[in-house]
Ligand binder design. Structure first.
Ligand code: C2O
Ligand code: CU
Ligand code: CU
Length: 468
């Protein structure tokens, strides 16, 4: 693809002639820059066609949170101002940044009050697809829409003809576009409470234009609080080039059928190189499998004369500078995810609590964001190699997420795992996975399930990395 380096364009602002739903400016993106002002505010948007839902939370008054673009190894100043009448704090999921900028209330900063700002000095040694969401009033503000994609650009443009961010998430609305309970105790104690409206970039089955025969980079982020996606692309050639922000050393064919689907749990991402159909008007469709039927997440309509690209000489993206752990002599710790011994109600200070305790790590339910004298689940020395055994003794899946560090899933008792780096691993029911990493980033790093109802009813904690 070297002879075809085109300036990447963000597409998707129009539909093909004759197509139905008009696609709005959902992909408005900040150009890669050194910073931006981000106001967290109430928003309105027609989540159901023809009905405007109010009470959403976004950073724009009438659109989803836009894609933020920054550059690798380049500081980015995000000045977050809280325009809500609730507290908040912003977290940058997957970035290996300074602990003080991680956005976790009480652990790394105080909650941001109404009309106050916090300046996040972001920095990322890694290029890839990441995302941002609040870590205070997390259940409400995420369910109401505050989940955005964060792109860290590679040093060199990898040469795609276009890039399409696909932010997958649900909303819980009735048929009139009014909010229903954002979560239920029944859901929180089991697999989570599912939305009623499935969206991509806040739209149902949106259609985007992409150049015929072009090589397109899909940046897919599962930002829903609950749903596990099972993705497949039946009518186009495509390869998975990165998972959870980190390039795959060997590309994987994108599944074409529901049986082989690519599973993305809450918090996970996939970068997919897609070869658009050659003929104008042909459509590539991204589906997710659901019990009983498959659902369309997005359609890409081929437009213009063919670019005649091919997937054949697609190279892996440049690797990110993740330190390689030493397995021999690595420090070993075990973490058990399951039910709590008894039902203490967490104290969440200003950041919202769900009045139940259903979950625990090592039999200890998270005592609440504002709880005093809560210690780390484990303490590691800086640059120590660590093997953490993650054991799920419950019949539900848990996307287990670690802040500030990236790890490699080594082995599972249920399946084979490709070699890759991640910040979020989907632990299936009764699965045990060993993960390995170098504890190279000092600080207190949140460690929790990314089904937010599980996180907020006990399945959370933190680990500490200390300088020696
Ligand atoms: Cu994506 Cu602790 O968060
Ligand atoms: Cu995170
Ligand atoms: Cu969970």
């Amino acid at each position: 693809m070297a002879n075809h380096l085109k300036r990447r364009t963000l597409i998707g602002l129009m539909t093909a002639a004759g197509m139905s739903a008009a696609v709005p400016l959902t992909l408005r993106s900040q150009p890669a820059d050194h910073g931006s002002d981000i106001d967290i505010r109430r928003a309105r948007f027609p989540l159901i066609e023809g009905i405007t839902t109010t009470g959403l939370v976004s950073t724009l008054p009438d659109a989803p949170p836009p894609v933020i673009r920054m550059r690798r190894n380049t500081p980015y100043l995000a000045r977050v101002t809280n325009r809500l009448d609730d507290y908040t704090a912003m977290h940058w999921h997957g970035l290996r940044l300074d602990n003080a900028m991680d956005g976790v209330p009480y652990l790394t900063q105080f909650p941001i009050a109404q009309n106050e700002s916090f300046e996040y000095e972001l920095f990322s040694p890694d290029a890839g697809t990441f995302w941002y969401h609040p870590h205070c009033m997390t259940m409400d503000q995420m369910a109401l829409g505050l989940t955005g994609i964060l792109v860290v650009e590679e040093d060199e443009d990898p040469g795609f003809d276009a890039e399409v961010p696909l932010n997958l998430r649900d909303f819980r609305l009735d048929g009139n576009g009014e909010w229903i309970d954002l979560w239920t105790a029944r859901g929180a104690a089991r697999g989570g409470t599912f939305g009623t409206i499935m969206t991509t970039n806040w739209r149902t089955e949106p259609q985007y234009e992409a150049p015929s025969g072009g090589l397109i980079r899909l940046r897919v982020a599962a930002t829903d609080t609950t749903r596990i996606y099972r993705l497949f692309l039946p009518d186009a050639e495509a390869k998975i080039i990165a998972l959870d922000g980190h390039p795959l050393p060997a590309l994987i064919d994108m599944p074409r059928t529901e049986e082989e689907a690519l599973v993305l749990g809450p918090g996970q991402r996939a970068d997919i190189a897609l070869l658009m159909p050659q003929a104008e008007g042909q459509i590539a469709t991204l589906f997710t499998d659901m019990p009983g039927n498959a659902r369309v997440l997005a359609r890409l309509v081929a437009t213009g004369a063919s670019e005649n690209r091919s997937l054949d000489n697609l190279l892996p993206l440049p690797a990110n500078p993740v330190p390689e752990p030493e397995l021999a002599g690595a420090r070993r710790e075990e973490f058990v995810f399951g039910w709590p011994p008894e039902g203490d109600i967490p104290n969440n200070g200003l950041c919202g609590s769900l009045p139940y305790t259903f979950w625990s790590i090592n039999r200890t339910p998270w005592a609440g964001d504002a709880a005093e004298a809560v210690g780390p689940l484990a303490t590691f020395r800086k640059n120590e190699s660590v093997i953490m055994r993650l054991r799920n003794e419950s019949p539900n899946d848990h996307p287990i997420h670690l802040h500030g560090l990236v790890f490699r899933p080594l082995a599972s008792n249920k399946r084979t795992l490709p070699p890759y780096w991640t910040d979020t691993v989907l632990l299936q029911r009764e699965e045990t996975i060993d993960i390995v990493f170098v504890a190279d980033n000092p600080g207190d790093w949140a460690f929790h399930c990314h089904v937010i109802e599980h996180q907020k009813t006990g399945l959370a904690g933190f680990i500490r990395v200390i300088e020696i």
